[in-house]
Design a protein around this ligand. Structure first.
Ligand SMILES: Cc1cc2nc3c(=O)[nH]c(=O)nc-3n(C[C@H](O)[C@H](O)[C@H](O)COP(=O)(O)O)c2cc1C
Length: 157
């Protein structure tokens, strides 16, 4: 039973969620950061997990391209999709726009796994925008541990 987690992460929250998932999955797990890896092959894997985050309303382009390019293969895999985003009121909208509808329908699980604001990793503009939106410049990390467990259970239980 081989699993690959394909992800993109701007400041590290998605990456942290991918690592937390890896720690909970029995068997071989390959972590694949799409930023920097262009030719990801999923043929050898039984289970594919795809995770990204929302910045200014959009998921990372690498994730969108990966999903479109591999859609037919992904429809034949056990699939899990996860998203990190801070605006929970917009979660459903973000989700719909982030992943192709067919993949959302096919997935065994689709979850919000949390969000984080790592101010030390932001550039000046990002810091200014997020400080204005949240009213703070303190690093915040909200990881949905229960959702992570439910995500793994839905795929492997
Ligand atoms: C500049 C910036 C813009 C963001 N825009 C959105 C947004 O439009 N909607 C939302 O729900 N979250 C937004 N977020 C929150 C991110 O989705 C959240 O911080 C997430 O954890 C980022 O994960 P990553 O660092 O792994 O990419 C934004 C964060 C930053 C820093």
């Amino acid at each position: 039973m081989k699993t690959i987690i394909v992800y993109a992460s701007k400041h590290g929250c998605v990456e942290k969620c991918a690592q937390l998932l890896t720690a909970k999955i029995a068997g071989a797990v390959q972590l694949c950061n799409l930023t920097g890896e262009k030719n990801v092959q999923i043929a050898d894997f039984d289970t594919v997990i795809i995770g990204g985050s929302i910045h200014a309303g959009r998921i990372q382009k690498e994730i969108a391209v990966f999903c479109e390019r591999n859609k037919q293969q992904l429809l034949a895999k056990k699939l899990g999709l996860f998203l990190c985003c801070a605006n929970l009121k917009q979660y459903e909208k973000h989700l719909k726009e982030a992943f192709p509808e067919e993949l959302i329908q096919h997935a065994a699980t689709v979850k919000h796994l949390g969000y984080a604001f790592y101010f030390d990793k932001m550039n000046f503009i990002e810091r200014t925008v997020i400080r204005k939106l949240t009213g703070t410049d303190k690093t915040t990390e909200v990881i949905e541990q229960e959702n992570i467990q439910q995500f793994v259970d839905a795929l492997f239980a």
